[in-house]
Design a protein. Structure first.
Length: 107
């Protein structure tokens, strides 16, 4: 594999890790801050804004799992864990530390 291919893989993995962290933050903000504001303080706008951002990041994360699978040939178990992580609070932080940091060492 050439130097440019390695650089491309590294850049895509770094982008995916960033999206994962942002997706995790938006998930926590959505459920921990903006939903209580919406239902307890009658302030729906923050929930709308963070919800839209979270939706975009969630879809980007799912596509990122496909990119990682194709470029790093990760197994079914790892792919399922990465997908499941997007549905769990703190899940993307866990997978970043446990799985994605290990992939970065391979590049």
């Amino acid at each position: 594999m050439g130097l440019l291919d390695q650089e491309h893989k590294h850049k895509n993995l770094k982008r995916f890790r960033t999206i994962g962290i942002l997706e995790g933050i938006s998930y926590l903000l959505l459920f921990g801050v903006t939903m209580p504001l919406k239902y307890w303080a009658d302030m729906p706008l923050p929930n709308y804004i963070v919800g839209m951002a979270h939706g975009f990041l969630f879809v980007a994360y799912l596509f990122g799992v496909l990119v990682v699978r194709n470029q790093f040939r990760t197994g079914l178990r790892t792919n399922l864990i990465l997908l499941l992580a997007s549905f769990l609070p703190f899940g993307t932080f866990y997978t970043d530390k446990k799985y994605l940091s290990e992939l970065e060492k391979q590049v």
